[in-house]
Ligand binder design. Structure first.
Ligand code: C5J
Length: 229
């Protein structure tokens, strides 16, 4: 169903029709500690190249979104320096040698204000783009994201970032329950684990799009290009 003000992107399970002025690009947790060689993610033994392949497509999508004058929102996972918002269960989970709040390779791990907590330079937010600092995996839990989206008149989301099966999936599920339509461009989100990348995307688009739609950034760019750029 395409109306005069909406544009259509080929997607699974079927085309995603969206109204650009009512659609935000939400970039999840593209933080140095998750993506950069020498960061916390790599220190845990993860292959950061699995996430770094998402940088270039995100850069292109972000540039196009900005050029079209559309809304961009960034998120970061992390905690207050006093760790007052860190549930003890989250702190000890994994029984690793280092945990959240300890000093890691790029400052205190997942603590706001530390170098590793910040967004990678390639996708650095503009001053006009809200940054949602979230203590959990979902971007709606204990944040003002829903209020901000409501105030901006946003009804649909293009969700990108890392990791596909954790913070991207949790955010898409939270958004879906709050009435937002979500499209996930598969090349713009990444997992350290290829099998979770595949299944994380399948879970979103299964059962007629139970949580949302999945497409590719080239298709979003093509749709934007024919109308807004
Ligand atoms: C995110 C995580 N951002 N995997 N965090 O997905 O712990």
């Amino acid at each position: 169903m395409n109306t005069a003000s909406s544009i259509s992107v080929p997607a699974e399970p079927y085309e995603f029709d969206f109204v650009p002025a009512e659609t935000a690009l939400v970039i999840i947790d593209m933080q140095r500690d998750f993506l950069e060689p020498g960061g916390f993610g790599e220190m845990l033994g993860n292959d950061v190249s699995q996430l770094r392949r998402t940088i270039e497509p995100n850069k292109k999508l972000l540039a196009a979104w900005r050029k079209a004058g559309l809304q961009v929102i960034h998120t970061r996972e992390g905690h207050r320096p006093d760790l007052g918002d860190l549930p003890p269960a989250k702190k000890v989970r994994g029984r690793g040698k280092s945990c959240i709040g300890d000093v890691g390779p790029m400052g205190r791990i997942l603590v706001r204000g530390e170098a590793g907590h910040d967004i990678i330079p390639e996708l650095y937010p503009l001053p006009s783009e809200p940054i949602i600092d979230k203590p959990g995996k979902g971007a709606f839990f204990a944040t003002d994201l829903h209020a901000i989206l409501q105030n901006l008149g946003i009804k649909q989301l293009i969700v990108t970032g890392v990791t596909t099966e954790v913070c991207v999936n949790t955010t898409v599920r939270e958004a879906n329950d709050r009435g937002y339509d979500c499209l996930v461009p598969e090349d713009c989100c990444g997992s350290y684990f290829p099998e979770f990348q595949e299944m994380g995307l399948k879970m979103i688009k299964a059962q007629g799009g139970i949580f949302g739609w999945v497409s590719h950034s080239s298709k979003v760019l093509a749709a934007l290009g024919t109308t807004l750029l």
